[in-house]
Design a protein around this ligand. Structure first.
Ligand SMILES: C[S@@+](CC[C@H](N)C(=O)[O-])C[C@H]1O[C@@H](n2cnc3c(N)ncnc32)[C@H](O)[C@@H]1O
Length: 258
């Protein structure tokens, strides 16, 4: 482990105070339910990927809910959702949408990897979900044991993150992804962006698997996403559709507590 987890959470809180405004309109579109629930930058439909399946009756923790559209979708699908996020600005958007769309679920300000066991008891969830959230912005050496603690036996941790190839082809702080390896793969862990001070995390794939197993989590699937050729344009500019058609820009891990 490196870095101070409290300081990293505060740095990311500051960064998200700046970025939250850009997430309001995309969040609203997702909350309307006009388009089916979807994953990642190209919004690849859950109905095609079948990652979550039937969520009815599940106790779900949205592990960094952002604008809360996954929480809304899961609540509408019959799950009992608890949501938290590290950013007051993002939570304010989420709470505004709860009122606007009449979808209720509890939300609170908290930081992945630093959850209070009194507020988030052991073995209280069937599904922990992170889409570019707690599993991206906090240290996996804290978050993976925490998720294992929160899950019931047989429960799943599902998280979407930047694909590891994209991670190493992206020079930290650069505006665009390259087609050349930039980062030291073996040293992947804490990635601080010099432009804004935000801190993201990733690990070599084998190290993720070792860490899962050390915490009693068994890999069920690794989905390496490939957007369709006719995918609509996205607002992010650091990776192109052409790149993501050749290499997996995003990946979804599903691991189960044994
Ligand atoms: C891209 S959003 C993803 C959330 C959701 N899937 C969405 O798209 O609205 C990233 C979220 O991670 C949150 N985040 C950053 N660091 C966090 C931490 N340590 N614990 C919990 N959430 C965190 C941010 O505040 C932000 O709301």
């Amino acid at each position: 482990m490196s870095g101070d987890p409290q300081a990293d959470a505060l740095a990311n809180r500051q960064a998200w105070a700046e970025w939250a405004a850009d997430y309001v309109e995309p969040g609203r579109r997702a909350w309307t339910g006009e388009r089916a629930a979807g994953w990642g930058m190209w919004h690849q439909p859950e109905s095609d990927l079948g990652v979550l399946g039937n969520a009815a009756g599940l106790d779900v923790l949205d592990y960094g809910c952002g604008t809360g559209y996954w929480s809304a979708w899961l609540t509408r699908a019959g799950a009992r959702v608890t949501a938290f996020d590290n950013s007051p600005a993002q939570l304010a958007t989420c709470r505004r949408f709860q009122e606007e769309f009449g979808v209720e679920f509890p939300t609170q300000l908290a930081s992945a990897g630093l959850l209070d066991p009194a507020a988030f008891p052991d073995a209280s969830f069937d599904l922990v979900l992170s889409e570019y959230a707690g599993l991206t912005w906090a240290d996996p050496y804290r978050t993976i044991p925490e998720c294992a603690r929160l899950l019931r036996t047989g429960g799943r941790l599902v998280f979407l993150k930047i694909g590891v190839l994209l991670q190493v082809c992206w020079s930290i702080g650069a505006a665009a992804t390259t087609e050349e390896l930039q980062l030291d793969y073996h040293s992947l862990h804490r990635i601080e962006d010099p432009n804004d001070g935000s801190v993201a995390f990733d690990l070599p794939s084998g190290e993720w698997i070792r860490l899962f197993r050390e915490n009693g989590l068994v890999v069920e699937s690794l989905r390496e996403l490939r957007p369709p050729t006719d995918a609509p344009p996205i607002r992010h500019t650091f990776v192109t559709l052409d790149w993501a058609r050749k290499w997996p820009a995003e990946e979804i891990w599903t691991v189960r507590k044994a």
